[in-house]
Design a protein around this ligand. Structure first.
Ligand code: SF4
Length: 369
């Protein structure tokens, strides 16, 4: 019924019509079909299909969380060409927080009833798994029931190798110290060709996937990301989504997928133009349609701004992250609009209600608080 209305409304060709019918019938689309949607589908058709998928998975809810980001250091052994954030030891603009300083920040944030502490940073050359286990232990000691989501697969890969631990052994140590889940950063684009050009030397796409699979096998859920809008093609994006979809078929432990837009200030790829808001919205919709086995699609508002985030709720997004409390510098150093990202609960609620969704404050595992 809806499919036939669609077809009449859009006057779409037969190939797109078949894909639209599959999406409406909750059938999985393949890589070629995903590519065709990226290349040919009108924005309004993508919005309609993605919204259909979102509604089926999440009803009217749009989720958010009260959270804080801790970035212990921006000193990093790698030098990704898209990164505006990392520095070498001793370089102007580098920072290293001590565990005591981190605990002070956590204690302050807990007064605001946050339910999640998100910890990611640079890959510090001297810090091994025992340092991070101690950090987790100390945070766990003051955090009460707050969920600790910490360390990208890139940080984990380095600390495990530095301490000569297998992925499984490493996760057992961190879990024991208080780790609850891991974030999705560091995925960038899995294609090795593209990684060679934008983040040579850092952990491969396969390593990222292996780390997340090991986390899932240890009972640690995670998120996934994709850095888009730089030198990758639509085919690279589809390949990335396909590899995530296959892993999710095996483990089912990705909670959310978060597309991350390349921002072009203060990094080695600054000559690239940023993609348009229209492209951001196409991409959200495609991700929602393609990742039929990941329940939540998140728009990270400090990266794309509040306006685009609100729009994204009509393109498959059901989660707009959290209050953040001005605690992240990763994107402000890349020149985004939100230089001091903080959203009051009232403002989040209004953004969501104005987009005709129902605000739902959640915990890290999407239970409504
Ligand atoms: S993106 Fe991450 S791994 Fe790459 S240089 Fe920046 S902080 Fe280091």
């Amino acid at each position: 019924m809806i499919a036939s209305v669609l077809i009449k409304k859009f006057g779409i060709d037969n190939e797109l019509k078949t894909i639209a019918e599959k999406v409406i019938a909750s059938e999985r689309i393949n890589e070629e079909e995903g590519l065709l949607l990226y290349e040919k589908a009108e924005l309004s058709l993508l919005a309609l299909l993605a919204d259909h998928v979102r509604e089926k998975k999440n009803g009217k809810h749009a989720y958010y969380i009260k959270n804080i980001h801790i970035e212990p250091t921006n000193i990093c052994v790698y030098k990704c060409r898209f990164c505006s954030y990392s520095r070498k030891e001793g370089e102007t603009g580098s920072w290293e927080m001590t565990i005591e300083e981190i605990i002070k920040v956590v204690k302050e944030a807990l007064k605001k009833n946050i339910s999640e502490i998100h910890i990611v940073g640079g890959v510090h050359p001297e810090r091994d798994i025992y340092y991070y286990a101690e950090l987790l232990n100390e945070v766990r000691g003051v955090a009460g029931k707050a969920h600790i989501k910490a360390f990208t697969a890139i940080e984990l890969d380095y600390m495990f190798r530095k301490s000569v631990k297998t992925n499984r052994e490493g996760f057992e140590i961190l879990k024991e110290a208080g780790l609850n889940s891991i974030p999705g950063g560091g995925a960038e684009i899995f294609s090795e060709d593209i990684r060679k050009q934008i983040c040579e030397n850092k952990s491969t796409g396969n390593t990222w996937l292996e780390i997340h699979e090991a986390a899932h096998q240890c009972g640690i859920p995670s998120n996934a990301t994709m850095l888009y809008g730089h030198i990758e093609s639509y085919r690279h994006r589809i390949d990335h989504l396909e590899r995530l979809r296959q892993l999710q078929d095996r483990t089912g432990m990705f909670n959310a997928f978060i597309p991350l837009k390349y921002r072009n200030k203060n990094n080695e790829l600054s000559s690239l133009k940023e993609v348009s808001i229209t492209e951001d919205l196409r991409n959200y919709a495609l991700c929602r349609i393609y990742l039929d086995n990941i329940k939540h699609l998140k728009a990270y508002w400090p990266m794309i701004g509040k306006g685009t985030t609100q729009l994204s709720l009509s393109f498959g997004v059901d989660d707009i992250d959290g209050t953040i409390e001005d605690s992240t510098r990763i994107y402000s150093m890349a020149g985004v609009e939100e230089q001091n990202p903080v959203l009051a609960t009232e403002e989040i609620n209004k953004m969501i209600i104005d987009a005709k969704r129902v605000p739902a404050e959640r915990d890290s595992l999407y239970n409504i608080i």
